[in-house]
Design a protein around this ligand. Structure first.
Ligand SMILES: [Zn+2]
Length: 242
């Protein structure tokens, strides 16, 4: 059961303030699955985490996600809705944990990247290369084993494609046609940073509510956070009316 109580969500937000995006993604994933250990969460395939985060988004802020994009051709501001629950169902764990690719006499086996692989690779100067080194299980050319960093560019590209096919939920790519000029704009939807931005705005609103209610009624922070959002709003309206 995901964390949805205000006090715990505020603690998640506070812990994430000083973190890099990968740390925030892990904190959000913990909020989505508080009963799963951090190490297990890191070992999951990326698509499964994205599905968990879309489900958390739905639990916290509802189904309708508003996305804004600028058209790559004419700059028109495009706004549209996505369904969080729908995206949670369309992402999810990949069917296979490893994939084999044969190309130009090369035979490569690699495992589908986990959250930990992606996080470790992102810290390296060349993340794509680092990810290959982490995930290639074996690379053979004409029967002889070859190190992962010796793979030629076309084989690397083929591997990247195969990885995406194996774990399609890892990259949610939007393809939006501009209503003004008709050009297609592609953009990746990073649910971790999308959800973090929402949580950040929510947390600042809640702190303001606490400040206003504490000032008006003298209640403590835990007392105010224990109120349902509906009651909190009602008391705030009463304060405003006075
Ligand atoms: Zn356009």
């Amino acid at each position: 059961m995901a964390i949805t109580r205000a006090a715990e969500l505020l603690a998640t937000w506070e812990a994430g303030l000083a973190q890099a995006p990968s740390g925030r993604a892990l904190l959000l994933h913990r909020a989505a699955r508080p009963d799963t250990g951090g190490e297990t969460l890191s070992s999951l395939p990326v698509g499964e985490r994205e599905a968990d985060l879309f489900a958390l988004r739905q639990a916290l802020f509802g189904e309708r996600m508003q996305v804004r994009l600028a058209c790559v051709a004419c700059g028109e501001d495009m706004e549209f809705d996505l369904g969080a629950g729908e995206l949670a169902r369309s992402t999810g764990a990949p069917a296979e944990s490893s994939v084999r690719v044969a190309e130009d006499g090369w035979e490569v086996e690699f495992r589908v990247p986990s959250v930990a692989d992606l996080t470790a690779a992102a810290r390296q100067p060349d993340p794509r290369r680092a990810l290959l080194a982490l995930c290639v299980v074996s690379a053979v050319r004409d029967g002889a084993a070859v190190p992962a960093d010796a793979l030629p560019e076309p084989v690397q590209r083929r591997l990247a494609e195969a990885a995406q096919e194996a774990d399609p939920g890892a990259d949610v790519t939007l393809n939006i046609n501009c209503p003004e000029c008709g050009a297609a704009t592609r953009a990746e939807l990073d649910i971790a940073s999308y959800l973090w931005t929402e949580l950040d705005a929510w947390a600042r609103d809640v702190l303001l509510d606490v400040h206003l209610l504490a000032t008006a009624y003298g209640w403590s922070e835990p007392e105010i956070l224990a109120l349902s959002p509906l009651r909190r709003r009602y008391y705030l309206e009463l304060c405003a009316d006075v």
